[in-house]
Design a protein around this ligand. Sequence first.
Ligand code: URP
Ligand code: ZN
Ligand code: ZN
Length: 478
Amino acid sequence: MKPFDLVIRNARCATAADVFDADIGIRDGRIAALGQGLAAGREEVDAAGRWVLPGGIDGHCHLDQPMSDGSKMADDFLTGTRSAACGGTTTVIPFACQLKGQSLRAAVEDYHRRAEGKAAIDYAFHMIVSDPTPQVLAEELPALIAEGYSSFKIYMTYDDLKLADRQIIDVLAVARDAGAMVMMHAENTDCIAWLTERLLKAGRRAPRYHAAARPMLVEREATHRAISYAELVDVPILIVHVSGREAVEQIRWAQGQGLRIYAETCPQYLFLTAEDLGSDDDFHGAKCICSPPPRDKANQQVIWDGLESGVFQVFSSDHAPFRFAGPDGKQVAGADASFDQVPNGIPGLETRLALLFSHGVLGGRLDICRFVALTSTNVAKMYGLYPRKGSIAVGADADLVIWDTGVERVIRNADLHHAVDYTPYEGLRVDAWPALTLARGRAVWRDGAYLGEAGRGEFLRCALPTPAQPKPRVEDPA
Ligand code: URP
Ligand code: ZN
Ligand code: ZN
């Protein structure tokens, strides 16, 4: 037997299910053995006293996604995966976005070209379905799901992406038949349009009015509607980027009914509030424009409670990287553009894990196994990458992170590795940061240095995430 390429000694391992002490023997990019006193490896790392966790999987991030408003995402697969690796993430799942009028397959092919030769860590694709033509519904979507693109996102708002209600039902039915996972952006588009019009007529143009145009009822109503359609069609869905109490109440109700409604939340709903959108004469608040918007402190607590109690299965970054300065980011419509002209989304790939580890695990709110479940294992299961990804087990990819705790670090954009010119978390304290990130057994981040290699990341085909369908709750007349 060949010697191990690397042995991590004295690891305090945590998975979504267990905590155990072991040496980890790595060979050919995989975990080859777990045990005490493993034979010597060609290289050895001592992890004594430190947590060793599965690498993070960011199941919701946007990289080099074509935009229809003239803006451009700052991060491509090179800078995005570099940033992810430095923050302990070893797999990303960004979106191959279908533009209206474009075939879904063309969108997927275009996205492969964008990723080719650039990624430093492994990646899979979700699709975004914005134009569910008969051809897409009958042929392209089922075929692509079967080929390893087993999840897709649909939008209930944004003019260039949103689906009408009947279209939502139709795509959910395709997902049910094909066994795909559907991610839903739940905000009521007509309420937003009505409120936006009134705010602009009243001269309320500053970034802070973005939050006024998208109050919680907008999210609550759409969340309930999404749940109802999922129940009607009898298909599991994931409500993404849940921001606060009213949507959480709908989700908790649905889960209590036994419906397969899953939920995702993101750092912005734990660490930002609507106050970060600034004052009337301050365009800097545009940095924190994302949808749904950050709420208030009481809602942050509701999100923490939901992470702790199991309402949420997934914690993603929703990294949507637009520069603040320059003509193609937040200021694409000018430095004094009204809030509705500002590209939505904020960066967060690199800071996602450290923020949750520090304020969740070390803050005494989450146990370590739930942290692993939320940031890695559940994501792998939901999108059909488990058990290759998201675990510490013999045969799994050696995607591992050794964590330093007690580091007392302050987040500074200057220290991050994305291509965005700000972080909304500037100045926030974290007490944990990866000391070593291994992607398929190779160090991509070690003691403060990026060691990744563009093109080493592989495309991952996702298996079907959904188990056999139980009996429908609403009788299918067909
Ligand atoms: O504001 C956000 N969340 N922008 C990114 C796109 C999306 O809806 O996830
Ligand atoms: Zn969204
Ligand atoms: Zn997103």
